[in-house]
Design a protein around this ligand. Structure first.
Ligand SMILES: [Zn+2]
Length: 423
């Protein structure tokens, strides 16, 4: 029996979703299992979960003196982990949105010097303080909608100074905001206009100047390891160029991620397997044999249905096939100012059910425990298990399926981050 009363007790949840998964990410049929406890409770001491179970048992073990939150009639679950975002940037691209509605394609806008380059210009010009304050508002809205951990990429600098400024912005936001940020270096997001036609030279800049700067500035001492990502796509980086960047990152001890098969299949997913990437992201056009490779690997497939939705395109990643073949699948917003300005994981879950054939339960697994494994935090967040960080949500819904069944309203009533009520 416990001798000290926990600081906080969330009890009487109609459904408590523990997502307990001590074996690693969930895959195949296990992706539909939520660890559901009826009349569930969680006890929290400091920033950690100390007990999870039936309310009667948890309350009896707690004694008196704990602050209580009554979740009667509601759903309690871990906070969402958003494992693929470009949340840190300056400016916006509302005018391009309107151009696209009039018929211009995303790759045409990019070829004309717009797209990512538009945000690169704004981010290069903005001060560190401006980038931080603009990005902080997005994090506030993400937290209010239940996201407690966010992966955040660079990639709107595309020169050494601005890439470092973005990493500094991510570090400052992580230190000062309730949401935890996990940084990813994405120097290979696009080929900047000043390197047009000289992609290999730009890759050399990334490998020979930016990556040594990461080491010199101390960003490689990060835990989990700093991730390195590359946009492997026609009009961005070839498989060979992506391999050069990611191999160097691997040599430096960085974790690896890749944007693969968003519009075309170049072999980026196979490259992720070859190099042992922690995740391969997008996978809208991945061929069957590369999906089989993914299913046989430890790499998490991160699917981003907000992006085709944002572009009003009909082609989504074949999630049903990817899960049925046995791959571990996660969901993310891909929050970015061009293709998907979406801060809501529940909205992504709603899309995943309707356009990718996922079940409501699978979308919850993909947004919590599997998403945590996609950023090497699977043993720290993403489930309600003893010893894990006390990041949890009280949802004002009677059943977990309401999360993806309903959309467009915020169903999150309370957000608890590291044991503190923050929203
Ligand atoms: Zn992305």
């Amino acid at each position: 029996m416990q001798t000290v009363s926990p600081d906080l007790l969330v009890h009487s949840a109609r459904q408590l979703l523990s997502l307990a998964s001590p074996e690693g990410p969930r895959r195949g049929r296990a992706m539909g299992e939520l660890g559901l406890i009826q009349d569930g409770a969680v006890a929290i001491q400091g920033d950690r979960v100390v007990r999870v179970g039936n309310s009667r048992e948890v309350l009896a073990a707690a004694g008196t003196g704990s602050k209580l939150i009554d979740a009667s009639g509601k759903v309690v679950m871990p906070g969402f982990v958003d494992p693929h975002t470009h949340v840190v940037f300056a400016g916006d691209r509302a005018s391009e949105f309107e151009m696209r509605l009039q018929g211009a394609s995303y790759m045409e806008i990019l070829a004309a010097g717009g797209g990512i380059m538009n945000t690169v210009r704004a981010t290069r010009e903005a001060s560190l303080g401006e980038i931080v304050s603009q990005s902080r508002k997005r994090l506030d809205r993400m937290l209010a909608q239940g996201t407690t951990t966010v992966e955040a990429k660079t990639g709107y600098g595309l020169n050494t100074d601005t890439e470092m400024k973005m990493l500094e912005a991510i570090r400052l936001l992580d230190e000062s905001h309730a949401v935890d940020l996990v940084p990813t270096f994405l120097g290979a997001h696009a080929i900047p206009v000043e390197y047009k036609g000289r992609a290999d030279e730009y890759v050399s800049l990334v490998v020979d100047e930016m990556m040594p700067a990461l080491e010199a500035e101390g960003y490689l001492d990060h835990q989990p390891p700093l991730f390195c990502d590359a946009f492997c796509e026609d009009g961005a980086f070839s498989v060979g160029q992506s391999r050069r960047i990611l191999q160097k990152a691997k040599d430096l001890g960085m974790g690896l991620k890749i944007h693969a098969d968003e519009f075309n299949s170049l072999g980026g997913t196979a490259l992720a397997m070859e190099l042992g990437a922690i995740s391969a992201d997008h996978l809208a056009c991945t061929p069957e044999k590369e999906i089989e490779l993914l299913a046989d690997s430890d790499t998490v497939g991160v699917l981003l249905p907000g992006t085709p939705f944002g572009l009003a395109e009909a082609h989504y990643a074949p999630a049903r096939r990817i899960i049925d073949l046995g791959a571990a699948v996660a969901l993310a917003t891909d929050l970015n100012p061009g293709t998907c300005y979406c801060e809501s994981m529940p909205f992504i879950m709603a899309l995943a059910c309707r356009y990718m054939g996922m079940t409501p339960a699978e979308t919850i697994v993909a947004s919590t425990i599997n998403a945590a494994h996609a950023i090497a935090l699977g043993y720290e967040v993403g489930s309600l298990e003893i010893g894990k960080k006390a990041d949890l949500l009280v949802l004002d819904i009677p059943d977990h399926r309401h999360l993806s069944y309903r959309f467009g309203t915020n169903l999150v009533q309370t957000v608890i981050k590291a044991g503190r009520v923050v929203s």
